[in-house]
Design a protein around this ligand. Sequence first.
Ligand code: 5RP
Length: 220
Amino acid sequence: MDKQAIAQMKINVAKAALQYIPQNQIIGVGTGSTVNYFIEELAAIKNNIAGAVASSIETENRLKKLQIPIVALNDVDELAVYIDGADAFNSLRQLVKGGGGALTREKIIANASSKFICIVDANKKADVLGKFPIAVEVIPMARSFVARQLVKLGGQPQYRQDFVTDNGNIILDVFGWHITQPIELENKINQIPGVVCNGIFAMRGADKILIGSTEAVIEF
Ligand code: 5RP
């Protein structure tokens, strides 16, 4: 599929997400190219929202350019809605995220939100998760240890070169998993000392997925 068609799918789904933005509330905003289109759309209704909690420095900068007030998660009890993309989703609305490396803040905000609306293009549908590698954010000094434990779990970890997360950590991208039990694997990875977070969003998946094609948006 050509780049222009994929961009159109992302624009369509970004526009559709606007109808889920409640009036005068603080919203959570994710990270990635689909969310970047959503932030552009947000410009039109920016006076209707009280502010935003950003899942990355990149998103924060984009929101600031629109003069949308940035709010720290520590200053909010619960967010009404979180809008974010994904690298893959399955029929249970479980997700793989972290292609952009913002997974830890994304997972925190998703869990702090009453509603998580995931915006994706139709190419992200997966029968079984694992084809898109699972990002694991790791404390730098634990990199080799964690990599060995991930191999024991059947994965093939690859160090993401020249990348440091907003939290000062590294990312291991794990290939080769055919994930039939996403919740179990999410838990197992979390239990490895040195792991900060992993990109399986199964315990807290999406509440709704908006799937964009070049012509339409489907709610799932
Ligand atoms: C960033 C993410 C993104 O949501 C995910 O990578 C999807 O990105 P895009 O919208 O560019 O396809 O999890 O950490």
